[in-house]
Design a protein around this ligand. Structure first.
Ligand SMILES: Nc1ncnc2c1ncn2[C@@H]1O[C@H](COP(=O)(O)OP(=O)(O)OP(=O)(O)O)[C@@H](O)[C@H]1O
Ligand SMILES: [Mg+2]
Ligand SMILES: [Zn+2]
Length: 475
């Protein structure tokens, strides 16, 4: 029978619980030394192991193959089995969201007085306990403080601040943490190998980042992605999880990069209209900028890339940017993240933030300002000397990709394949630096004269061409 991955791989004992090391240690010690509290409160973000741990604790207390509480419940006895399948007579999981009234609480208290049917403890797991009404919580106070000797309460909640302080002070509290990206990737790796799911390492990191430390969400996403029947990649993760695709991310980065206000606003509007939240767009942009910083600062960093844009695209974007500019953009985005979170009009704040990213590109001194008609290019600002800018009628910042496409279109069809192996890295009025894939570099260098002729003809001016291998241009 089909079982979703997150249920199939629910941890069965404390050793299988991922992360949560302090919790594992304290609970293990409490169990082995039989220091069992009357009431526990498990709090933390969703999908981090609260319900799983509650069941493990219940099995540890009620395993029939052990005379006293055990940190290694057998998983085989009828008690362990019925707890795993939620059908135990002595362990009751109550969804507090739907049993939240004071009458439900009274009924629970009454049932607590009965001795357990077949195991040492009668255990109540109150899931989402913050949903209990105030009067229900108050009704439980007395019972939580001094329950019958055979009763243990385990309260679970994602929102501890909604639980009455008087309840909290009667419970031993365990704070579950959002899992680290590495912990999540470890688990995704283990499960995808066991299930023979083909998935790239970068895609696992992308899933882990998308799911914000919640393992259930990560496994649900993995299940869904495995239905694609092809190797799972970063872009399939983006597509299925509803995050922003690589193309859209690059389009937005390029629009900001070229200072094209209209295109920036249009791109962000289109994303919002397609259901992406301003917060998602912003954190997506921040992740891409962070990756650009890494690409700019170090070589061989494929494994460190976690954002929406792949390594090779980042490399070519990074060619046009300097470190300080990307760093400033990160700072700006981070500031806006706070504004976005606290504002009721997040979409407007996003636009303000994006405009700021472009606006900051204007050079400070008035004499350095470009004419209004030309597009300022914040990412090129440090490369421009004041003389360049003051020169009569300066050309607008060229779109390098479009220029190269123009060159290729003007070339003879027989030459186009080779030309497609290069990109323009730098372009000025009389010089052009091409960056070429390593294995084609020699070919380019031997045919440099012809390439120069093609470029000169296509651009209608004399241009001195130099060729660099892709690696030469790394940060
Ligand atoms: N720490 C963890 N170690 C191993 N698996 C985990 C962990 N946390 C979550 N999971 C996976 O996610 C699934 C759901 O976990 P669980 O029900 O324990 O989360 P929860 O904290 O109770 O979440 P919620 O607050 O949404 O109820 C588990 O079945 C398991 O597959
Ligand atoms: Mg739960
Ligand atoms: Zn057992």
């Amino acid at each position: 029978m089909y079982q979703p991955l997150h249920l199939k791989y629910r941890p069965k004992n404390l050793q299988e619980l991922v992360g949560q090391d302090t919790i594992k240690t304290t609970l293990t010690n409490a169990i082995t030394s039989s220091q069992i509290a009357r009431a526990y409160l498990f709090t933390g973000p969703r999908g981090t192991g609260k319900t799983s741990t509650a069941r493990i604790l219940a099995k540890s207390l009620n395993c029939l193959n052990s005379k006293k509480p055990t940190a290694t419940p057998c998983g085989e006895c009828s008690s362990c089995k019925t707890i795993d399948s939620c059908s135990s007579l002595d362990v009751t999981e109550i969804d507090a969201a739907s049993h939240n009234g004071v009458d439900d609480a009274r009924e629970l208290i009454q049932h607590s007085n009965f001795a357990p049917a077949m195991s040492p403890y009668r255990i109540w797991i109150l899931d989402e306990c913050h949903q209990l009404s105030t009067s229900a919580q108050n009704a439980l106070l007395k019972c939580l403080e001094e329950p019958p000797a055979h009763v243990v309460f385990i309260l679970c909640t994602t929102e501890a601040h909604k639980v009455l302080p008087t309840i909290i002070s009667r419970c031993q509290t365990f704070n579950f943490r959002a899992l680290s990206v590495d912990a999540m990737v470890g688990q995704l790796h283990k499960i995808s190998s066991a299930e023979s799911i083909a998935i790239a390492n970068s895609a696992m990191r992308a899933i882990a980042r998308t799911c914000d430390g919640g393992l259930r969400d990560a496994l649900q996403l993995l299940s869904q992605l495995s239905l694609l029947n092809s190797e799972i990649t970063v872009s399939s993760v983006a597509e299925v999880s509803g995050s922003i695709s690589e193309e859209d991310s690059i389009a937005l980065l390029k629009a900001i990069h070229s200072g094209d206000t209209l295109s920036v606003l249009q791109s962000s509007r289109t994303l919002i209209d397609s259901g992406k939240t301003p917060k998602l767009i912003l954190s997506n942009l921040l992740a891409a900028m962070r990756d650009l910083l890494i690409v700019k600062s170090t070589r061989h960093c494929q494994n460190l890339i976690t954002g929406p844009v792949g390594y090779s695209q980042l490399r070519s974007l990074a060619l046009h940017l300097d470190f300080e500019t990307i760093d400033a953009a990160c700072t700006q985005l981070q500031k806006s993240e706070f504004q976005l979170r606290t504002s009721t009009n997040a979409a407007t704040w996003l636009e303000v933030c994006l405009l700021n990213l472009i606006g900051k590109s204007e050079p400070a001194a008035p004499e350095m300002r470009l004419p209004a008609t030309s597009q300022s290019n914040r990412f090129d600002k440090l490369d421009k000397s004041p003389q360049d800018v003051k020169a009569p009628a300066p050309a607008p910042a060229p779109d390098l990709e479009a220029t190269w496409a123009q060159v290729i279109a003007a070339a003879k069809p027989g030459n186009r394949d080779l030309l497609n192996r290069a990109k323009i890295a730098e372009l000025s009025t009389d010089s052009c630096v091409l960056v070429v894939e390593r294995k084609y570099a020699t070919k380019f260098k031997t045919h440099l004269e012809s390439v120069q002729r093609i470029v000169t003809k296509a651009l209608g001016r004399s241009v001195n061409v130099t060729v660099k291998q892709q690696e030469d241009l790394a940060a």
